[in-house]
Structure formats: structure tokens, C-alpha cells
Design a protein around this ligand. Structure first.
Ligand code: IMP
Ligand code: MG
Length: 173
């Protein structure tokens, strides 16, 4: 694994921003709950763990597996549900928790699929957003950081399944 990693967002910077997002969610969902945090495996697991604890709004945690990436750095363009939800989201407030929005293909597909299940509301929280790469428009309601078009790893994000456990978000070159 001889690769060049440069810290782009430190663990501390990420933590501060997630605390802010938690407060923002609490304001938006005041008096409501439980909110369903619908986590997209596997990249969003670190973000979820911190976000869920940064908010005081009652939350339930559900996992969903989606894959649109092969083993490389670019999307295959084909989205697959690899693990579906075990519960109904009908009538519930749902926040999709995703690691990064890149082309937008994954989330526009997922939003379409989940809207048919009639949630009370459906929002998206993404730790990272690469707006320059968008192929499909997606409204991301809670964005941790907007970043330039660089391939990043760490804090849950992988390259061919490696680097997910790095505490910082790093540029891989
Ligand atoms: P999209 O469908 O192109 O928006 O792809 C979103 C998914 O691509 C994310 O959930 C990540 O798994 C993956 N992805 C996109 N950009 C990066 C990156 O810079 N590093 C690691 N994974 C990425
Ligand atoms: Mg992912």
C-alpha cells in the first residue's frame, strides 16, 4: 500500500463540523422524532457514529447497502441495492446519511426508490460534496464540507476497500 496521502480535513476539523450539523438537525426537527438515520454502507459508518451522537433529536439507525463503484476511482454508473432496509419508513422522518456525493447517481437513484415508500420527509446528509463532478442534480440538505475534485480516503471512505480507518480525510494521489 505505497501511496501518497495528504491530510485534507483533520479529525478535529471534521468533529467540529459534525457538531454543527447535529445542532442544525436538532433545530430543524425540534419536537419531532424519532428520525430514521438511514446509513449507506460502508463509507458513511464513521460519519453516522459521530452525527448520531452530535444530535439530541431521538433517532433510529438503519442500514442500507448501495454500490455504484467498482474497484476503481470512477463510478460504474450502475447502482445496485446490495442490502435493503429491514423496516418500513412509511410516515417517518428520514435522513439519508452518506459519506460523499460525487456524480450524484447513487443518491438520485436512492431518493427515487425511497420516495416511493412514502416517508413523512426525506432529507440527505453528506459529509463531503464534490459539486464539480455532478452528473445528476441532487439536493443535499446537510453538507459537511464542499471539496474540490480530488479522490479522498479516510474517515470511512475507501479506495478498493483500503484506508477506511484513517482518522483524517486525506487526498490519495
Ligand atoms: P456518486 O454516485 O458518483 O455520487 O458516488 C457516490 C459514492 O462514490 C460514494 O458513496 C463513495 O462510495 C464513492 N466516492 C465518490 N468519490 C469518492 C472519493 O473521493 N473517495 C472515495 N469514495 C468516493
Ligand atoms: Mg459509498
Amino acid at each position: 500500500m505505497a501511496a501518497n496521502l495528504t491530510v485534507f480535513l483533520s479529525a478535529e476539523t471534521i468533529d467540529q463540523r459534525i457538531q454543527e450539523l447535529g445542532k442544525q438537525i436538532d433545530e430543524d426537527y425540534a419536537g419531532r422524532g424519532p428520525v430514521y438515520l438511514l446509513v449507506i454502507l460502508k463509507g458513511a459508518c464513521m460519519f453516522l457514529a459521530d452525527l448520531a451522537r452530535a444530535m439530541k433529536t431521538p433517532a433510529r439507525i438503519e442500514f442500507m447497502g448501495i454500490s455504484s463503484y467498482g474497484k476503481g476511482k470512477t463510478t460504474s454508473g450502475q447502482v445496485q441495492v446490495t442490502k435493503d432496509l429491514d423496516v418500513s419508513i412509511e410516515g417517518h422522518d428520514v435522513i439519508i446519511v452518506e459519506d460523499i456525493v460525487d456524480s450524484g447517481v447513487t443518491l438520485s437513484y436512492l431518493r427515487h426508490v425511497l420516495e416511493q415508500r412514502k416517508p413523512r420527509s426525506l432529507k440527505i446528509a453528506a459529509l463531503l460534496d464534490k459539486p464539480d463532478r455532478r452528473l445528476r442534480p441532487v439536493q443535499v440538505d446537510y453538507v459537511g464540507f464542499s471539496i474540490p475534485d480530488e479522490f479522498v480516503v479516510g474517515f470511512g471512505l475507501d479506495y478498493a476497500e483500503d484506508y477506511r480507518n484513517l482518522p483524517d480525510v486525506c487526498i490519495l494521489s
